[in-house]
Write a protein that binds this ligand. Structure first.
Ligand code: ADP
Length: 269
């Protein structure tokens, strides 16, 4: 018996015999299923804040709420936050589709990752409001440039350091390390002292919209797409990505990237 994932092709052969081919379509069905789920999830994620914004607009227009300056201010703040959430989601969706469209073009610019870490560190510290996580950068200055796409590698660092700040314990530092391993690969690790991730969640973290704690992710402004974006960018760079975590202690995400050129381009400082 054939289940829905198998296709049978029958073609005539010599002496009245038939050639029967069984083709396994499991991969196609899985890809199609993922695409359908993705569109459904993305629409749902957009619908929720949109419904909330429309509800507040209606209330402001309908009753006396709109005349009370304090209430109006509060509603506007909520509407602004919901619109920002939609904007972040749309930006992440655009990033994902761009990265996918470029997936077969190997990025080849020499990128100074040490300098990039410094830049992203300042941007994230400046954007931080009341929470006071410091970002400690431990950079080996002799690390060669990597072959990459600067904007995409900046996005990787933003997402990983941003997660470490979001899910780290308030007041504890985030540590970013850059070094070259004995095999000549460039390694970057981001470590936080947060609550960690239970082992059963680790294999699913890079799935689109997969969240360990959806309430916490949303409250922190997460889209659920950050690590999916990281995975795609690292794959495009022919690199590797690994998450190690201990519940109650913290998480370390490590990425490995090939150095630029065979021997590595030395960065002039
Ligand atoms: P989000 O926008 O929800 O942060 P991500 O794709 O960046 O989405 O991460 C997926 C999920 O992985 C998060 O919702 C969170 O549950 C978990 N996660 C990611 N980074 C960390 C971390 N440093 N510590 C604990 N949990 C994390």
């Amino acid at each position: 018996t054939l289940d829905q994932h198998w296709e049978m092709h029958v073609s005539p052969a010599a002496r009245g015999q038939r050639i029967v081919q069984l083709v396994d379509r499991t991969g196609n069905y899985a890809a199609e299923r993922m695409r359908v789920d993705f569109v459904a999830n993305a629409s749902h994620e957009l619908r929720t804040p949109l419904a909330s914004i429309l509800g507040y607009i209606e209330t402001l227009g309908d009753d006396k709420a709109g005349e009370d300056a304090q209430v109006r201010g509060r509603f506007l703040k909520i509407m602004f936050d919901e619109a920002r959430r939609m904007q972040r989601l749309v930006e992440d969706l655009i990033s994902l589709s761009r990265i996918e469209a470029e997936k077969y073009r190997l990025p080849d610019r020499a990128v100074d990752v040490g300098a990039l870490i410094g830049e992203v560190r300042s941007e994230l510290l400046d954007a931080q409001d009341k929470r006071s996580s410091d970002i400690v950068a431990d950079i080996d200055l002799s690390v060669p440039a990597v072959a990459g796409d600067r904007a995409q590698l900046s996005q990787v660092l933003h997402n990983l350091i941003g997660n470490a700040m979001k899910y780290g314990r308030a007041g504890t530092p985030v540590t970013v390390k850059l070094w070259r391993d004995p095999a000549g690969m460039v390694r970057i690790s981001v470590t936080d002292e947060g609550e960690g991730i239970a082992p059963e969640h680790l294999p699913r973290l890079t799935e689109r919209f997969y969240r360990v704690d959806p309430g916490r992710s949303r409250a922190a402004g997460g889209t659920g797409l950050g690590l999916a974006i990281v995975k795609h960018i690292i794959e495009r760079h022919r690199g590797r990505f690994d998450v190690a975590s201990v519940v109650g202690t913290g998480t370390t995400v490590t990425i490995l990237l090939p150095a630029h050129g065979q021997t590595g381009t030395v960065i002039k400082r």
